[in-house]
Design a protein around this ligand. Structure first.
Ligand code: HMG
Ligand code: MG
Length: 311
């Protein structure tokens, strides 16, 4: 299989931790419900590629996201492979936390919004009410010594509200981090961010006291900017990047959200730059080709398309 020519440049981290979201952000957005055995196979294959952190599923309301209603069953099938600090799951409320803890989970992610409209659409609450909903979740998770990530959606633009001012994003980010979360992932839910915007927002978050080592970036690729924005974030000192095998992804409650940055596209770029990830590109492409077969459609990833025949 073809590999990129190694040509490192200064100003980038030596190593990046990829936070793989395909099994959650990807499969929550499929029209069809993927059989639970295929989900388990997907997670196992992802782990085989060397991906350390894999978000497995969501403990949200099954009425809201029927695609992931089988979260407990999936974790039971996966056993130890689906648990631990590197197997987070999405949790919106105490009901979700109860279900997750019962399944043996020790890493969770809450998910807030920088805009009022999306908070309403995705969580049925205002921004302030959603922070109130998360507070006992984070408190109780921490009491159980769990690792807690906070996502913040609509950081770069909102389909209903348009532009989102940077101070508004910083304020929402601070409120989530003040609950005691370990990490913050800034979400470009609808894929409208650009490189300058990315750098400006990261600077503002760091100025507000959120250390760059706690910041992750989460770009959807609607406008084809996800990889460029990610490289801009790495130049700003970020070392945690969310991506999705095969470029699966989207949010059922956000108009115009398409797939995430494809993990393969990210790897092609990082392998060429000599930035370590510990992930085997060939195995990952084979995994995405397999999943595309299960879903009955081609992966939108350019790298999967280019390399898919040769794995
Ligand atoms: P609600 O309707 O206000 O909740 O929804 P409720 O408390 O009134 O409960 C309604 C029903 O759901 C009740 O059942 C509850 O028991 C049940 P009933 O009594 O009617 O039979 N319920 C639950 N069942 C199981 N597990 C639970 C749970 N919670 C309630 N955890 C709620 C509020 C937050 C629950 C709902 O809005 C919800 O589940 N939203 C999740 C939406 C979602 O998953 N969106 C996609 C993930 S976010 C995303 O993709 C963005 C991200 O990728 C970053 C980015 O790209 O920006 C992270
Ligand atoms: Mg997302």
């Amino acid at each position: 299989m073809r590999r990129p020519q190694l040509e490192p440049v200064p100003g980038l981290p030596n190593r990046v931790r990829i936070y793989e979201v395909g099994a959650r952000d990807g499969l929550q957005n499929e029209q069809q419900v993927v059989p639970v055995e295929d989900k388990a196979m997907f997670v196992r294959m992802l782990a085989e590629t060397g991906l350390e952190t894999i978000e497995v599923t969501s403990f949200v309301s099954p009425q809201w996201v029927p695609q992931l209603a089988d979260a407990s069953e999936l974790l039971a099938i996966l056993g130890e492979e689906g648990l631990g600090r590197h197997r987070p799951v999405l949790v919106p409320n105490e009901r979700g936390l109860d279900r997750a803890l019962e399944a043996g989970v020790s890493a969770i992610a809450i998910f807030g919004s920088a805009t009022e409209t999306f908070a309403r659409k995705n969580l049925n609450r205002s921004v302030a009410e959603s922070v109130q909903m998360f507070a006992p979740v984070v408190y109780r998770a921490k009491e159980q010594d769990a690792w807690v990530r906070a996502y913040l959606s609509m950081c770069f633009g909102d389909p209903w509200e348009g532009n989102v001012p940077i101070p508004q994003v910083v304020d929402a980010a601070r409120r989530l981090m003040d609950l005691g979360c370990d990490e913050l992932s800034i979400g470009d839910t609808i894929g409208v961010a650009t490189t300058g915007h990315t750098k400006r927002l990261l600077e503002a978050l760091v100025e507000a006291g959120i250390g760059i080592d706690r910041l992750a970036v989460h770009f959807h690729d609607t406008y084809g900017q996800a990889l460029a924005n990610t490289i801009a974030a790495l130049q700003s000192g970020v070392t945690i990047v969310d991506s999705s095998a095969g470029g699966l992804g989207g949010c059922p409650y956000a108009k115009s959200a398409t797939g995430n940055l494809a993990t393969e596209d990210l790897l092609w770029a990082l392998d060429g730059l000599g930035v370590e990830t510990g992930v085997d590109l060939k195995k990952l492409v084979a995994t995405s080709v397999w999943m595309a077969g299960q879903l009955g459609r081609q992966s939108p990833s350019r790298v999967v398309t280019a390399l898919g025949e040769s794995v």
